[in-house]
Write a protein that binds this ligand. Sequence first.
Ligand code: ATP
Length: 305
Amino acid sequence: LLMAYDPARRLARLQVSMERAAVNARMIYEILDIEPHQRDRADAKPIRIEKAEIEFRNVSFAYGSGKSILNGVSFVAEGGRTTALVGPSGAGKSTVISLIPRFYDPEDGEILIDGQDIAHVTKQSLRNNLAYVSQQPYLFEGTIRDNIRYGRPEATDAEVEEAALLAYAHEFILDQPQGYDTPVGENGITLSGGQRQRLSIARALVRNAPILLLDEATSALDTESEQAVQKALEHAMSGRTVVVIAHRLSTVVNADKIIVMQSGAVAEEGTHDVLAGRIDGLYARLHNLQAPGGDPQEAGKETGE
Ligand code: ATP
């Protein structure tokens, strides 16, 4: 019990959770950041996207000099398809996602997009091809229009509205006092969780990037919002390479491929039908533990620190 009050341990834990929150904010800022101030290798070239296929080849990773978090992770997220990452909390799903925009580089192994090692391409060209929708959508101080356009500053008003339509946001935006010019953020109007999610999906849609990284929300929305968000996501996912940290059973079941992670490694991969049919498989275990519509990540949390 005394351990729980150990200030050093508490500080260490706080540090990790602060760093994780910071990474989430960086994901949003930096993926969208179009300024070419990133340091690249001298021989870095712009990435050339064809199918937008992502391959992890034997990737190992640790944060700083800490314990190893990913150990030889290999998988292919096929172009234009949805790959769902599932597995217990702490298995390394968010870490996998954060390596794709190169917030961190692997210690070992490679990440390839259409056969090009992402360590050898310019970060700007890499990130220009990525969109990210987080669990906790972030709205900036500014109008609704500014917030959507942040996904691609040169987007026209018509393109902003087109994205809002596809994200099921257009109607509620028109219901706001000044429509698209209504201020949001700290000094603006308050939007519901579902409305904020749809704005962040519109922001991803206006980017029109071939790759979508998605951290599906765990927090429950009311049924109506939930359906609108779901439909908005279907539009955002269609025709793109999607890597999703899946929290909803329907996302997992509909994914073209499921990667089951455990303790920083790929434990299993396949479709829902194949994995659910493996009597002793981890996926089948996670799946059976969970109530219909529940959260597969909640079923088998990795315990202990
Ligand atoms: P969850 O579903 O809970 O988000 P996850 O499968 O996404 O879990 P990760 O977030 O990738 O797992 O975390 C894997 C491990 O890496 C955990 O032990 C976590 O504490 C650690 N970790 C994550 N981010 C950092 C960081 N910025 N610095 C140090 N350790 C980190």
